[in-house]
Design a protein around this ligand. Structure first.
Ligand code: GUN
Length: 282
């Protein structure tokens, strides 16, 4: 019988726990979000993040810049937030418009306020096995694996997708947890063959029903990071109905990985506030 890895339920539980921790700590963490332009999907994600802040007792500030903002304008805003002692976490919603240099913007965020974990310093720490802030989606996946006590050490983990926000940090986190890790990408010679060997399969390619039942080893744990539109419906990268007959555990879309991303962002923001409060005392 397949286990449905319920990200919605797990995230709610984590948020309740976090709310108590924030109350006990007598802290009022604050997150600043920066959004450039008016992409409806990005606006919706940012709204969801602000709503989660409210739910757990984190203050939030939303900075909105026009679609034609320059790199300089976005970097200046980030620097202002870096200096603002009342701000514990900074999140620049991606993707940025084409004229904005994303690397320069991310590189301008103070690493100790980089609750998204995208700054090269935080990426480097993660890859050297000493993570401070690690990207929210892969970290949320590690949390859901832990919640369902899915063993990782010694397992063969195969990731489809080598993006900077999911595939690469996911590989580092699984490696840090002693999995044997393979990353597949668009130039992988035989992706189906690689995926078929996975005990833990993570798909982050952004193609509806990319993972078919034939690519999944019986008993595998399948994590679906994809959010795609198919015939007016929201679906993942995985052909859920077919793959759930083969997998031992699987995340649904929606209600799987997505809610865990937001819960992790809240946890990272609280951790930043705690560490900054300690630094003020020392
Ligand atoms: N765009 C899509 N997901 C994310 C995320 O987790 N963080 C940021 N900053 N942008 C995103």
């Amino acid at each position: 019988m397949v286990t449905i890895l319920d990200g919605k339920k797990t995230a709610e539980k984590r948020l309740e726990l976090l709310k108590e921790k924030i109350e006990d700590a007598k802290l009022y963490p604050r997150l600043a979000t920066v959004i450039v332009g008016n992409d409806p999907a990005s606006q919706m994600y940012v709204r969801m993040k602000h709503r989660a802040c409210e739910q757990v007792g984190i203050g939030s500030v939303g900075i909105e810049l026009p679609a034609e903002a320059t790199t300089r304008m976005v970097v200046d805003e980030v620097r202002r937030l870096n200096r603002d002692e009342d701000i514990d976490g900074i999140l620049v919603q991606l993707p940025l418009p084409a004229q904005v240099d994303t690397e320069r913007v991310i590189g301008a965020i103070r690493p100790d306020k980089d609750v998204d974990g995208y700054h090269p310093e935080n990426m480097g720490l993660l890859f050297s096995g000493r993570p401070k802030f690690s990207s929210c989606t892969p970290t949320g996946i590690m949390t859901i694996l832990a919640e369902y006590t899915i063993p990782i050490a010694g397992k063969r983990a195969v990731i489809a997708g080598r993006s900077i926000d999911v595939g690469r940090p996911m590989a580092a986190l699984l490696l840090n947890a002693d999995a044997t890790v393979t990353i597949c990408h668009s130039k992988t010679a035989d992706i189906a063959e690689e995926l078929k060997r996975a005990d833990i399969l993570v798909s982050a390619v952004g193609k509806a029903h990319f993972i078919t039942a034939e690519m999944v080893k019986p008993g595998a744990v399948v994590i679906d990071v994809g959010i795609n539109q198919l015939e007016g419906k929201l679906v993942g990268d995985v052909d859920f109905e077919a793959v759930k007959e083969i997998a031992s555990a699987i995340t649904p879309v929606p209600g799987g990985v997505g809610p865990m991303t937001i819960a992790t962002l809240m946890e990272n923001t609280f951790r930043s506030a705690q560490e900054r409060a300690c630094d003020r005392v020392l």
